[in-house]
Design a protein around this ligand. Structure first.
Ligand code: ADP
Ligand code: MG
Length: 413
């Protein structure tokens, strides 16, 4: 269904009360969507089977069924005026069902592309002719014949399952044909993409918000540092990224969103690589049909957060160009911080501890966001800390102090 008029907060709702926005998934991204929607005066509904889901805990309503449960989806339709998603693995068929009766953004078709690395790569290739930014050299592996036909130039490479991968899961690094065959076997021969292993000079991402009317606005480009395949740090300030590359990344992201006729918030990840001639270049990696961990700094450093943009795009409200008012970093707070430091991630041998929030929050410009998860596990995303200041030097200085207090690796020079 398409929306003709904006859904203004406090306005009449299909449920007989006030305009209500729904979200499929109750993780931290759903929680921050709910917080942004509620701040603007909307009622909210979360669908997530987990009774303790971070978003379910704070939403006006929480439907605790599976994502493809007919009754759960019917309840969502009854209660909501428009529905979004907070994770890409929501069944596209469920979104298509909801879309018959309600505004759903992003659409099932867009989510289906983001769910499947093979479809995503082919979409990026189509956009490359417009944007000049192509995906990494790769091959799709679905049969033994395709495996045998893999060009030698793709090795060493990374074998990635086409579906359900996140935070480095579902990925195996392979150097030889033998390792490749063994890795595909170990993944039960599910459809995979083999990507050439690139030498990354940096990683970055771009968030755009696009309305149903085709208007698209771009957030500043984030520079991202990953540890063990999980985002650790995002830096967004002048000088963090090469300005020409940043502009190209933004233009490419806008092209990708337009080509999909995307509605909502979209994040696209890029690699910065060095060409044989020594010049820096961009490679498009993957996209997320939702706000993204690397965009959390927008909550405290911009006059529009990625979650407010998600609410506005869904409700058909205006999308002004976001303005970053402070240089910023974002430090991810993984469950490891809730255990005594140890050489391995083996939880059994680690004693629980409370992270030093008092000392962290004594530093000016620190903004703590914890997701209300009831138990910490190593590598589990428990929260993030945004750090703002009035100069790059100040933000970097505070970030260095925070990293030291938390026992995390120091900033690169
Ligand atoms: P996920 O869905 O787990 O985020 P990604 O494809 O983004 O999967 O891979 C996770 C991380 O692994 C990337 O952020 C990057 O650091 C590294 N990586 C992925 N693909 C490549 C590649 N082709 N060459 C080099 N590093 C890569
Ligand atoms: Mg990624």
């Amino acid at each position: 269904m398409t929306q003709s008029k904006p859904l203004l907060p406090g306005g009449p709702s299909v449920n007989g009360q006030q305009v209500t926005l729904g979200v499929m998934g109750g993780g931290q991204l759903g929680r921050m969507f709910v917080q942004a929607a509620q701040a603007m005066g909307y009622f909210t509904v979360v669908l997530d089977p987990d009774p303790a889901s971070p978003a379910g805990l704070i939403s006006h309503h929480h439907i605790k069924t599976a994502y493809d449960d007919e009754q759960g989806l019917a309840q969502l339709v009854q209660r909501c005026d428009a529905i979004t998603t907070e994770f890409e693995n929501v069944p596209a068929a469920a979104l298509a069902t909801l879309a018959k009766q309600r505004v759903v953004a992003p659409s099932a078709d867009c989510v289906a592309v983001a769910q499947d690395r093979a479809k995503e790569k082919s979409h990026f290739e189509q956009c490359a002719s417009l944007s000049g930014v192509a995906p990494a050299p790769h091959a799709i592996i679905t049969t033994d014949a395709a495996l045998a036909a893999v060009p030698a130039g793709l090795l060493p490479g990374i074998l990635k399952t086409t579906r359900m991968g996140y935070d480095g899961k579902g990925q195996v690094r392979v150097s030889t044909r033998e390792e490749l065959a063994a890795a595909w076997d170990a993944l039960d021969k599910v459809p995979c993409v083999l990507e050439k292993m690139l030498k990354l000079r940096a990683e970055c991402s771009v968030i755009v918000a696009r309305g149903a009317d085709g208007q698209v606005v771009c957030f500043p480009v984030q520079k991202n540092t990953h540890h063990d395949g999980i985002l650790a740090l995002t830096e967004v300030f002048e000088g963090a990224m090469d300005a020409t590359l940043a502009q190209r990344a933004q233009a490419s992201t806008v092209a990708i969103a337009n080509h999909l006729r995307y509605v909502g918030v979209l994040c696209v990840e890029y690699f910065v690589v060095e060409n044989p001639d020594g010049a820096l270049d961009l490679v498009v990696n993957e996209m997320a049909p939702r706000p993204h961990n690397s965009g959390h700094y927008t909550q405290n450093a911009c006059d529009l957060s990625q979650f407010e943009a998600q609410v506005r795009a869904l409700a058909g409200l205006p999308l002004p160009t976001p303005r970053q008012h402070s240089p910023a970093t974002m430090v991810n707070l993984l469950g490891d911080l809730w255990f005594e430091p140890n050489a391995t991630r083996a939880q059994a041998s680690r004693q629980p501890v409370s992270p030093p929030w008092g000392a962290v929050l004594a530093l000016p410009g620190t903004h703590l966001h914890l997701y209300g998860k009831l138990s910490a596990r190593p590598a589990r995303k428990m929260g993030h800390l945004n750090i703002t200041g009035d100069s790059v030097a100040q933000v970097r200085g505070t970030t260095a102090q925070v990293l030291a207090l938390l026992g995390l690796p120091a900033l690169e020079a």
